[in-house]
Ligand binder design. Structure first.
Ligand code: XBP
Ligand code: MG
Length: 228
């Protein structure tokens, strides 16, 4: 145990949320909108997972009607900006992640992704940090709009498990956020959390294990010991 490691992407594999925030703001500017999300704005908005859902929430909070805003178009432009920004190579894996992936792979464990973000963003990140396509790093990828209900709903983790052909007791989730933790636990997975820059201070009491840093895990042996 575990037969598979299921990784969240944003905040877990890498600190990507600043890039997301800049990409949203660039898309808003392109569209001639005077919206600019500060880091504090973004921290609050992050409690809503999914970029389209986040834009819609922002419009609603400003007293607007999301139905009158081209949310899908704005989000498409945001993804294009994100992919461009990611290709500039300024994002690195969080400490401990590369070694854990290498060790798990060498030990014959399977690797999966369960993320709220769009498949294009997963691909861009993998090309930038691993130098290869996501499908060459991960056996299974479950991402974005493949499920109707995003985290904290269990759907994306259930989809990853279904594609792995495993029940929840055979795998472990690695997360950085409370929404991600709730999603993993709702799918009945053990969940190791290491908070990221935008999620530090959230309530992780439902976690199987909380770490300051993934290097504190002690590799695959440490992960095997967290079984619930
Ligand atoms: C990450 C997210 C995503 C990204 C934006 O959550 O909430 O919405 O911020 O991605 P998690 P898109 O790490 O829990 O998966 O704009 O592509 O939706
Ligand atoms: Mg995350």
């Amino acid at each position: 145990w575990p037969e598979a490691l299921i990784f969240d992407v944003d905040g877990t594999l890498a600190e990507t949320e600043e890039l997301h925030r800049r990409a949203f703001n660039a898309a808003f500017a392109d569209a001639g909108l005077r919206w600019n999300w500060s880091q504090d704005d973004y921290r609050a908005l992050l409690t809503t997972t999914g970029g389209k859902e986040r834009i819609a929430r922002y419009v609603t909070e400003r007293g607007g009607d999301p139905a009158t805003v081209p949310v899908a178009e704005l989000h498409k432009a945001k993804t294009a900006h994100y992919v461009d920004l990611m290709a500039r190579g300024q994002i690195a894996l969080r400490p401990g992640i590369a070694d854990l992936i290498d060790e798990a792979r060498a030990a014959g464990r399977r690797l999966a992704i369960a993320t709220t973000t769009s498949p294009a963003n997963v691909e861009a990140l993998c090309l930038a940090v691993f130098g290869k396509p996501a499908a060459q790093v991960f056996d299974v990828i479950a991402a974005g709009d493949e499920v109707p209900a995003k985290k904290p709903a269990p759907d994306i983790y259930l989809l990853a498990l279904q594609r792995l052909g495993l029940t929840a007791d055979r795998a472990v989730a690695l997360e950085d956020s409370r929404n991600g933790l709730r999603s993993a636990r709702a799918a009945k997975l053990a969940c190791v959390v290491s908070p990221g820059v935008y999620t530090a201070g959230e309530d992780f009491s439902a976690a199987t294990l909380v770490l300051g840093c993934f290097t504190d895990l002690g590799g695959l042996a440490g992960l095997s010991a967290v079984r619930t």
